[in-house]
Design a protein around this ligand. Sequence first.
Ligand SMILES: [Mg+2]
Length: 382
Amino acid sequence: MGDVLKIERLDALVFRAPIAEPRMNAFGAQTDRPAVLIRLVDTDGVEGWGEVFCNWPSVAAEHRARLAGTLFKAMVEGKNFDSPETMFRDLTAGTARMRLQSDERGPFDQTICGIDIAAWDLLARRRGQPLWKVLAGDDTANGAPDGLEIYASGLAPPSAARLADAARAKGFRNVKVKVGFDQNEDIACLRDLRRTHGTDFGLMADSNQAWTVAEAKDWISAADDLDLIFLEEPIAADAPFTDWKELSTASPIPLATGENLRGRAAFRGVVGLGGVRVIQPDVIKWGGLSLTRGIISEGRAAGAEIAPHYLAGGIGLLATAHLMAACAPEGLLEFDVSENPLRDAMTLPRPDLRAGRLHLPEAPGLGAGPDFDSLEPFRVTL
Ligand SMILES: [Mg+2]
């Protein structure tokens, strides 16, 4: 790429916001909303911002911020990198033995994701270009796509109907509901939503890896008249590709997975060998922008649809949106609508949502930065 990133400083910031109602998943609940932001500053004082996945367990945010603020800080401050990809490779290779020794794959990978996003943001700000344009690698590209199709997620019983009503009132045309609790209640909830909102309203379901192949088949046969856009993670993300193939062959509902996959081979396997129709990489969980670009391109070439996973604050959401604008503007972007002050207050300008689409800001880089006045009450001192 030829650019040189001269990193002077790395800061890791932790925020934690209380919520009124626990956020339910089939594997457990979230009782507050955490966020870890990464700030890179270069020798000219230009900043770049990134975000690190830290939803589970509840101590994850502080741990990842400490990894960033100690181990990784020492690997980037005072160093030059000729591109974000080079930085990603150096940080991954430089911690390979440590991650084996500690068995801390996830925390290391997720921290690198946040640093990688900050490096891309910094690069784009230096060039005076919006991040999507830099990711696309096309200086001749004109305007950003006219918004990205988004869907509301974070809906789960007992508040799913209320959240779906609120999402629709804000212009959302698609919602995803958490399932995997009780089959009858799962199906009743989706059936109520279909009845209330009609056949033009997009419905998806996410079981968070709750079932065996047999249990998933049973659930799918009970839901096959609901016209779901996709069913997410019906079985474990690391189930054999033959299990995915058996289920996808039997399922009239397209299957989706990706938030818990890591590595190009895993994405290739679920699509090529497993028959999965929708892939959902998460740029703050594995791969950052540097590797997810290739995952998306390869997935599209293999015929998969792209629906990036996202469940965190506003910085990573914008990074994901820029990646989609660059690589898969026809995709479907997850937008968590459950209570999260760190999403709503995190960035200035606020996310621009109109008629069920997210419109990217036009300023260089991510086009937005943290709103520290709003975030300060949630700041955690390490
Ligand atoms: Mg999910």
